[in-house]
Design a protein around this ligand. Structure first.
Ligand SMILES: Cc1ncc(COP(=O)(O)O)c(C=O)c1O
Length: 473
């Protein structure tokens, strides 16, 4: 039997939205249609996507940051094919994997202060493991995390999530989790009052909003944790492996965490994988006896394809000087966006390091724009950002996201291999769309009216559904 997946893909392309509406998540389809994403992406090469008409797009989302080396990188593809061609035994379980050993060594080479690696299948699984390891190593129950944080959506990780939208409807969550404001050392100190904290987990740069730490915050937080016997965990699932222009984001500030969590980029985008890197003493307390040798683990972790994807990704990052490119192109883009602040009254700030960049919009001063802004925001907080992202897609073929629920920040998370020409594409497109957004009336604000009308209708629909369910119950 030979199964032609490419043909299956092509044959089912036209029906994808209908099938998802029927059998998967129909709300996702509604959102995509509203945002104009019914273009049918059919092909991905490097930092580009191509739709069913063959139009080329610059992808500034990169699958939520997994395609740091771009889609379908030839060296990654070769590595994965070579695993299949080699008839490796894979997941014997009653053996240990040579590829996992190699990948662990290579990762630890970048973090000489850590000694052990635990592999998992996704970011959230790495977070779950870190919570368990911290509790086992310290014999304390508490986990401190930051407001506005995002660590994943399984129960432990969700309990550390700083956004009520994600938590609501799923409570009760894990007990003994305490949220503190990001960048607030006094609050972190106060959270230690009960002396029950196993760990403080923090994204060195918060993904939701692209919030940067103040200088000294991460070092001081790490020192404070050490004084209290609390483990300092850096969630580098998004920021790690070059995203911010250094191997880890904590490297910008010379911080040496007790545990580092990585995922996304390590996969090469194609085979899910995650890793917890830790000090020796921590994992020795988890796996402390022969009868507890498999007290934590996961069937598919350390599968050969995932390990090969990790090894190949590290090779590509190094041989193609990808991290240096991220630092250079990131600095260029951040400078270009900063130059827009004095020119455009709604561009309030630019946050970022390397190729993790947020452009923050805010309330205008001029009367006409102010009235239009308030009308839109009254409908749905953060709706203004869609007036930037929708024309970027439609008119400039740029795929880009808003940095979270009710956020006023448009976030760029491109492949780390973007070129000078891509940066020109980004600068010119954003410039044009932001300039249009500062003209009232104009095409951008007509779109705003359409979105506000849709939001109003959706609210009215939800209200009448609610009334119907109340009267029938
Ligand atoms: C910082 C951070 N931690 C954890 C996660 C969860 O990773 P996953 O979606 O692979 O479970 C994410 C995902 O976006 C993330 O950005």
């Amino acid at each position: 039997m030979s199964l032609d997946i490419a043909n299956l893909y092509a044959d089912s392309e036209a029906d994808r939205f209908a099938v998802h509406t029927r059998h998967l998540n129909e709300q996702v389809v509604r959102v995509l249609k509203t945002l104009g994403y019914d273009v049918g992406f059919c092909r991905g090469v490097g930092q580009y996507l191509f739709d069913r008409k063959g139009e080329k797009y610059l992808d500034l989302l990169s699958g939520y940051g997994v395609f740091a080396i771009g889609r379908n990188h030839p060296a990654l593809r070769d590595a994965l094919e070579s695993v299949l061609d080699a008839d490796l035994p894979g997941l014997v379980q009653f053996d240990v994997s040579p590829l996992a050993g190699l990948l662990a060594q290579r990762l630890l080479g970048h973090m000489p202060y850590l000694d052990k690696v635990f592999f998992a299948n996704s970011g959230t699984e790495a977070v779950e493991a870190a919570i368990k390891f911290a509790r086992a190593a310290t014999r304390r129950p508490g986990i401190i995390h930051c407001e506005h944080s995002f660590h994943g959506l399984t129960y432990g990780a969700l309990s550390l999530n700083g956004d009520a939208v994600f938590r609501s409807g799923f409570e009760p969550l894990l007990p003994d989790c305490t949220a503190v404001p990001f960048n607030d050392l006094a609050a972190l100190e106060r959270a230690h009052a009960t002396r029950n904290a196993a760990a403080f987990i923090v994204e060195p740069i918060q993904g939701k909003g692209v919030n940067l730490p103040d200088d000294g915050y991460l070092q001081e937080a790490a020192a404070l944790c050490r004084r209290h016997g609390t483990l300092f965990i850096a969630d580098e699932i998004q920021t790690g492996l070059g995203r911010t222009g250094r191997f880890l984001a904590v490297d910008h500030w010379g911080v040496e965490p007790d545990m580092v969590l990585i995922s996304k980029t390590l996969s090469g985008g194609h085979v899910p994988v995650a890793a917890v890197l830790a000090r020796k003493g921590i994992l020795e307390k988890v796996f402390d006896r022969m009868d507890r040798a498999v007290v934590h683990g996961s069937t598919f972790a350390m599968n050969d394809l995932a390990m090969a994807a990790g090894i190949a990704t590290l090779e590509i990052l190094e041989s193609e000087r990808v991290i240096e490119n991220a630092a250079r192109q990131g600095a260029r883009l951040i400078a270009a966006f900063e130059a827009m602040i004095p020119r455009y009254e709604m561009v309030k700030a630019v946050h970022g390091k390397g190729l993790m960049i947020g452009i923050e919009f805010g309330r205008p001063h001029s009367l006409k724009l102010k009235a239009a802004w308030h009308l839109l925001e009254a409908m749905s907080t953060g709706l203004f950002c869609q007036l930037i992202t929708i024309p970027l897609l439609k008119d400039h073929k740029i795929v880009v996201q808003v940095a979270g629920h009710a956020s006023h920040t448009v976030k760029l998370l491109p492949s780390l291999v973007i070129s000078d020409a891509d940066c020109d594409w980004i600068e010119n497109s954003f410039n044009e769309v932001i300039a249009d957004g500062h003209r009232f009336p104009g095409a951008v604000w007509s779109l705003g009216k359409t979105l506000a009308d849709q939001a109003r209708k959706a609210r009215a629909g939800a209200r009448s559904d609610h009334d119907r369910s109340q009267s029938s119950s």
